[in-house]
Design a protein around this ligand. Sequence first.
Ligand code: FAD
Length: 346
Amino acid sequence: MSDTVRVVRDASLATRNTFGVAARAPWLVEADDSAALPELLQRPELRDGVALVLGGGSNLLFAGDAEGAVLALTGQRIEMGDDHDGLAIVRADAGVPWHGFVLWTLAQGLAGLENLSLIPGTVGAAPIQNIGAYGVEVRDLIHAVEAYEPATGLLHRLGAGACAFAYRDSMFKHAPDRYIVTAVEFALPRTPALRLDYAGLGDELLAMGIAAPTPTQVSDAVIAIRRRKLPDPAVLGNAGSFFKNPIVPAAQAEALHALHAALPMFRAGDDSTRKLSAAWLIDACGWKGHRDGDAGVSATHALVLVNHGQATGHQLLDLARRIADSVQVRFGVALEPEPRVIGARW
Ligand SMILES: Cc1cc2nc3c(=O)[nH]c(=O)nc-3n(C[C@H](O)[C@H](O)[C@H](O)COP(=O)(O)OP(=O)(O)OC[C@H]3O[C@@H](n4cnc5c(N)ncnc54)[C@H](O)[C@@H]3O)c2cc1C
């Protein structure tokens, strides 16, 4: 066996998902070198296919065990390419930890990713749900996604336009078994165009005494806000926001707003729809701080489901369904989970 491949039979995944729930996989295969994927997928453990490509497990809810082999790509290469249209091209392996990558780009004097600081997980997972925070989505900085397609044996280099990126969404999310993302290329400006107008970021910088911030100072401010607001998965199991902000027809949003003036709503691209605050809807239904045994809702953030210790994935899923049902009954709005649910249907 190559020393860049590690195989574990009947593997526990409890420490490999940020909810910290118990789950197992018949095989866990870790590989540093994605170039070896064609050969790797011929191994007996992977011959029936890959049931799940696992990154940092920070956007997954295991409501059951993995139904087949789990593959984790662990390559750590980061490479600078030639500039393209005045933007620096940086290519990172799928296995590179996301936050470390953001800090690396900032240390190179490259801007663009500062608002996405401290999001858990890996570079390879970033395009899957088009990660976003503080008014920035990663699609705006992605140049291309390199993805291996096991069914054809082809390694694709997909331009951002081919990925169907949308709010917390991409074509990868709709076809989770089709591609294995092996690396992502980013196009990053050397001259920053900072986005400070979102969720208290400008105020945080002012409180830090910074009037004309650098990208690194923006990153510091984002880190400070996130540390205050979001539970640390190492202390309290969670997967960040459990629900997406629902996008509804503008007329429905206006009607709801007429009844509930405090309900935050935002433009969602075109004029015919509005994005509503899922946190507000959940909070209004009284769920913040709710606890069913060890499955709970964060006391500080209504969107975040938490594992107080021994909750199972099923208990967390059951709580999530009851939250969504109550929002549907009270406001007529369907909530959709943001993490991928393994072993059960939403
Ligand atoms: C405290 C906390 C805060 C968070 N804040 C944010 C936030 O602000 N914004 C945001 O967008 N998200 C946020 N998240 C969610 C999560 O961090 C991101 O979605 C992250 O990109 C998931 O990365 P991961 O490596 O952990 O992916 P995993 O959870 O391991 O996987 C998620 C999905 O991606 C797929 N996948 C992973 N790697 C690959 C690959 N190489 N090829 C193909 N498919 C792959 C998996 O199969 C799965 O479907 C937060 C999570 C936590 C716990």
